[in-house]
Design a protein around this ligand. Structure first.
Ligand SMILES: [Zn+2]
Length: 239
């Protein structure tokens, strides 16, 4: 049985050995726990650092064990707590090239309908990180996490969006390229998608991996799905 920790501030579920989903309220992010160090995948909205500290304390590790933060894309519900967590841990940040540029400015990518995007561009900022903390990755890179974590370019929701897949663990971190809102596997909603055709191809690419665990930015992670859950969406997208 996966461990579930619940207290007044944090709810985290172990979705694979040493892989925790943190329910940040408004979005999920993930902590990978290994002897040699901890890796955070996305950071939730601003103000979510406490959730990370609580989970790290509950598993008996130190904040300074957090050595890497991977960012799927620069939306505020994924990068909002990045600056605070990075500053407290000294962790290295990994992101795509365009995302890295946005993270240095605390700005969000363009993919929302007008006038939401107009408001975001003018008024919404989250904590920025310095260029020196960021290492850029690219499609095809393999990071030394979870037995070799594949970096997959999955543009569409935003133009610079990445997903991560561990073959050894069968875990896919899909960011917003897929979601499991309302218990249903779906691709990114068209109204918040920068490039629908790219999004379709990206989702197909991820489904072809037939991941055992599908960990998205939104919705409860899929750990006990059937092949039908994957083929239903696959066939929908292939039409
Ligand atoms: Zn997003």
């Amino acid at each position: 049985m996966p461990l579930t920790f619940v207290n007044k501030r944090v709810m985290a579920t172990e979705i694979a050995a040493g892989v925790y989903c943190i329910d940040g309220g408004g979005g999920n992010f993930y902590l990978c726990v290994e002897d040699e160090g901890l890796t955070l995948i996305d950071t939730g909205m601003p103000g979510r650092a406490e959730l990370v500290w609580d989970l790290i304390a509950q598993i008996g590790r130190q904040r300074t064990d957090l050595t890497r933060i991977l960012v799927t894309h620069a939306d505020m519900d994924h990068a909002g707590s990045l600056a605070v967590v990075q500053a407290a841990t000294g962790a290295a940040v990994f992101a795509g090239a365009a995302t890295a540029s946005l993270l240095r400015q605390g700005r969000s990518p363009s993919h929302m309908p007008f006038p939401v995007q107009w408001v975001i561009d003018r008024f919404i900022r989250y904590g920025a990180v310095s260029a020196a903390t960021i290492t850029q990755f690219a499609d095809g890179d393999v990071l030394p996490i979870l037995g070799g974590l594949q970096v997959l370019a999955t543009p569409g929701h935003t133009l610079d969006h990445f997903s991560f897949y561990s073959v050894a663990y069968g875990v896919l971190f899909a960011g917003d390229a897929l979601n499991t809102r309302n218990g249903r596997l779906q691709s990114t909603p068209p109204r918040i998608t920068a490039d629908p055709d790219a999004a379709r191809h990206s989702a197909i690419r991820l489904l072809e991996l037939a991941p055992a665990v599908i960990a998205c930015g939104h919705g409860t992670p899929f750990t006990h799905h059937s092949a039908d859950d994957i083929t239903t969406l696959f066939n929908e997208l292939r039409q």
